[in-house]
Design a protein around this ligand. Sequence first.
Ligand code: ATP
Length: 236
Amino acid sequence: MTVLSVRNLETFYGAIMALRGVSIDVTEGEIVTILGANGAGKSTLMKTIAGLMDPEKGSIELFGQSIAGLEPDRVVRAGVSLVPEGREVFPYLTVEENLKLGAYTRRDDPASDLELVYDYFPILKERRKQNAGYLSGGQQQMLAIGRGLMARPRLMMLDEPSLGLSPLLTQEIFGIIARLNAEQKVTMLLVEQNAHIALATAHTGYVLEMGRIVMGGPTEKLRASDDIQEFYLGKA
Ligand code: ATP
């Protein structure tokens, strides 16, 4: 079943065309990764899907329903949660308050989801009464992912989860991302500069260059490609 279908998407910053006709698909249960250098348009693609930017042209469908041009809160209600680059947790709220905010679109009791988040991120349970501003970078990233889970998304979008983290913490976070996908069946769209770990974690990948998709397919195929090895995996 197709969760997300993006077709010929064009997004501008004023006169600058950041997305030049992007098409991607995300199938239920998959992790799909978007690879690309700085400035390729990865964040712009996420922001356009999340309703933070309006596309000039093209379509965005979630389970066959158009979400293009909807306000961000409507996109969240439709089932998409974005874990933004730089995390953006609320520093003066506690860890638990931050998590509960992630469930704001739901009327039911989020207690069982809190327990689920604490199962995957035990450190957040330990620190649940502390202000989020006191967490380390890695813990803030965990909090941002946990907050995204609280909405019980049908699609979770992760923008650069490894940004600013040590290799060890990056491994840990990606291990949890893979477990959430395998055990909780969370479908994910992952933007990541670290092509090694992105291709090892995701099932399907796309390469974005200067606003265009130039390659796409199963990650094992991408990993075998000479261009990917040379430009993204650093093998000569
Ligand atoms: P990064 O990894 O650095 O975040 P990215 O692949 O996410 O890169 P985008 O941030 O989506 O790239 O940027 C795509 C293009 O749009 C770039 O050419 C960038 O210079 C341009 N751009 C991004 N934000 C703005 C902005 N606020 N105003 C004007 N141009 C912008």
